[in-house]
Design a protein around this ligand. Structure first.
Ligand code: CDP
Length: 245
């Protein structure tokens, strides 16, 4: 596999072409951003921890029958992946009420949501990722009704598998964001990453935050400790032995 030209540079990941038409190399950088990219810092080894955690989670999801773009981790911070035509929708699942939900609606912080809430945001920093509903998504021409239904169905399936996966590591999956794309045959496939950057993760015992929310709250010096804690809990020792961390 040869790393070729850069195709896209996002806020925290860069995507490179490879010698295969339908594969890309995703480099997880050490950048951390908040507020639609308005605040940006470098967090040493963040890219590596996120790439390894994401790879593990994609493997878990494949075993649960969810098709993902993950092929293999070629370097600790570089993931070989199936090339997808990304759908500009952030699918968010909420198992516990917090954040904007408790600011905008009469619901108490920490309330268990059963069934979980599924929400879709339009991925566009310029418009600050506004919330979508099905009518708006269809009017924007970004997905058909069948595709919206499938995104929601897949998101719940991801949630079922990940709630259990994190629970075994003593972590509550409070909420998370995922993104999907279409493969060359038009199938909807899970893409992007699933890491402490895009999840709210709380310690089951202490309810301490173990995710990017620490950075959003300005607790920059606690962020990497939390990411390392997640890594230590979800990656088995024999898999850790492969990485020089
Ligand atoms: O919950 P609140 O509205 O305050 O924030 P949110 O941005 O809707 O976040 C809900 C969940 O999705 C959190 O776990 C975020 O980490 C994640 N998310 C994300 O990773 N990236 C975004 N652009 C939006 C949400």
């Amino acid at each position: 596999m040869t790393k070729k030209d850069i195709i896209n540079s996002g806020k925290v990941k860069s995507v490179f072409a490879t010698d295969k038409e339908d594969e890309v190399l995703i480099e997880f950088r050490d950048d951390m951003t908040a507020g639609d990219g308005e605040r940006k810092e470098v967090m040493t080894k963040k890219g590596t921890y996120n790439a390894i955690i994401s790879s593990k989670i994609f493997n878990v999801l494949e075993q649960a029958g969810v098709k993902t773009q993950f092929i293999e981790l070629v370097k600790p911070n570089e993931m070989l992946a199936m090339k997808l035509d990304m759908i500009p929708i952030e699918v968010i699942i909420r198992n516990i009420a917090t954040g904007s939900l408790v600011r905008n609606y009469p619901i108490e912080d920490g309330t268990k949501l059963n069934p979980p809430i599924v929400q879709m945001d339009y991925k566009d920093d310029e418009f600050h990722d506004p919330m979508l509903n099905h009518s708006i998504a269809k009017a924007l021409g970004i997905a058909t009704q069948d595709e919206l239904d499938e995104l929601e169905k897949l998101a719940f399936k991801v949630n079922d598998a990940l709630k259990d996966f994190f629970d075994k590591a003593g972590i509550i999956l409070v909420d998370f964001k995922i993104e999907f794309g279409k493969d060359k045959d038009g199938n909807i496939v899970l893409g992007d990453e699933i890491s402490p950057d895009g999840c709210r993760l709380w310690d089951k015992e202490t309810l301490d935050m173990l995710d990017k929310e620490l950075f959003r709250k300005g607790k920059d010096d606690e962020v990497m400790e939390a990411y390392v804690e997640v890594y230590n809990r979800v990656i088995p020792d024999d898999e850790k032995a492969k990485f020089d961390l």
